[in-house]
Design a protein around this ligand. Structure first.
Ligand SMILES: [Zn+2]
Ligand SMILES: [Zn+2]
Length: 159
């Protein structure tokens, strides 16, 4: 009896509620699927935005975000680091690319003017990150390197 019965719908798999009535008949209900049938989100009491979706916008977004990172990490265990390093290198060296990114972000901000929640999250994230000594060391090393490169370029021009 200790086993949890899971919903048999392929996309679901949630643990179900098992009821036994007085005559001993067993009914198995999946509350998530029941909510869906009533037009509600699978994960919260919000109404569904349309008939085809299973989750409200916020829950769908949260779920996508929660699934994406571990999936990508599993898929590209070593390459991920290489790709990140290459992107960082490009941001560092390619001024045209940096400018392109800057314009794109400006456009994005124009189109999403009220994403205050996201910005608040970013502020907290960066504040926490700045407290990390390893992060500070990395940033300082980077600044030193950039300064040295700039100096080298100036000397090259002067010579
Ligand atoms: Zn279900
Ligand atoms: Zn929801």
């Amino acid at each position: 009896m200790a086993d949890v019965i899971r919903c048999s719908r392929r996309y679901c798999g949630e643990p179900c509620r098992v009821d036994v009535d007085r005559v001993g008949r067993v009914t198995v209900t999946c509350e998530a699927c029941e909510r869906n049938r009533r037009g509600r989100c699978r994960d919260c009491p919000a109404r569904l935005p349309d008939a085809r979706s299973m989750r409200c916008r916020a829950c769908a977004k949260r779920r996508r975000a929660a699934l994406a990172l571990p999936r990508d990490r599993a898929r590209y265990p070593k390459r991920r680091r290489q790709v990140m390093a290459r992107m960082a290198e490009r941001r560092r060296t390619d001024a045209a690319y940096r400018e392109h990114k800057r314009q794109y972000m400006a456009l994005w901000r124009e189109r999403n003017p009220r994403d205050d929640q996201h910005r608040a999250y970013g502020r907290v994230y960066m504040a926490l990150r700045r407290q990390d000594p390893a992060y500070r060391d990395r940033q300082n090393a980077r600044k030193r390197q950039l300064r040295a490169e700039r100096k080298a370029v100036q000397h090259g021009v002067a010579a």
